[in-house]
Design a protein around this ligand. Structure first.
Ligand code: GAR
Length: 190
């Protein structure tokens, strides 16, 4: 059985889509939800699904092996970032080489990098005047938003869109694709 840990900092709608997708899966299960934010609603979503949770602070994450040990003790095989806003430290990338995936709410390599998350991404897209945006699912390496791209999907930007309207459209795209792309990746099909 492949065992996924989802990392989320906020609301966790993508985490929820992953929980639902893998609920009765024969080969893949979501075994844990980790967060840097004790108030993340994603934690509550996990508890509602009976999924084990772990909250860590910056020091634990960057300067200790607490997180890696916690994951190893539970036999976690892959990490899935779902609205997780901290840079993944080298020690975690070394523990899970090519086994960490992220979703970004724009078409990388545009609109990536430090500070580019959530509404900041949508505001930047809008400001750029681009008439198309989308989502990127990519492997995580030691730079923000630069690992191998597994999948992209696009949607239009309307001239009248607010950042919230764009976020809504992007979320729909994310929920429609992230779970199945993660499934194919974990099973070695991507
Ligand atoms: C998602 O749109 C995800 O792409 C984005 O945060 C949102 C989390 O929503 N991630 C980033 O911006 C990473 N740079 P959710 O908490 O409802 O899943």
């Amino acid at each position: 059985m492949y065992q996924l840990a989802v990392l989320a900092s906020g609301n966790g709608t993508n985490a929820e889509a992953l929980f639902n997708h893998f609920k009765n899966h024969a080969r893949v299960r979501v075994a844990a939800l980790l967060s840097n934010n004790p108030d993340a609603f994603a934690l509550q979503r996990a508890r509602n699904h009976g999924i084990e949770t772990f909250v860590f602070d910056k020091k634990q994450f960057r300067e200790s092996d607490d997180v890696v040990m916690w994951l190893r003790e539970r036999g976690i095989t892959h990490l899935v970032l779902a609205g997780f806003l901290w840079l993944v430290p080298p020690r975690l990338i070394r523990a899970y080489p090519h086994r960490i995936v992220n979703i970004h709410p724009a078409l990388l390599p545009k609109f990536g990098g430090k500070g580019m998350y959530g509404k900041y991404v949508h505001e930047a897209v809008k400001k750029s005047g681009d008439d198309t945006t989308g989502i990127t699912i990519h492997l995580v390496d030691e730079q923000y938003d630069e690992g191998r791209i597994l999948f992209q999907a696009t949607c239009p930007v309307q001239a009248t869109d607010t950042a919230e309207e764009m976020a809504g459209r992007i979320h729909q795209l994310e929920h429609a694709h992230y779970p199945s792309v993660v499934e194919r990746w974990v099973l070695g099909e991507l």
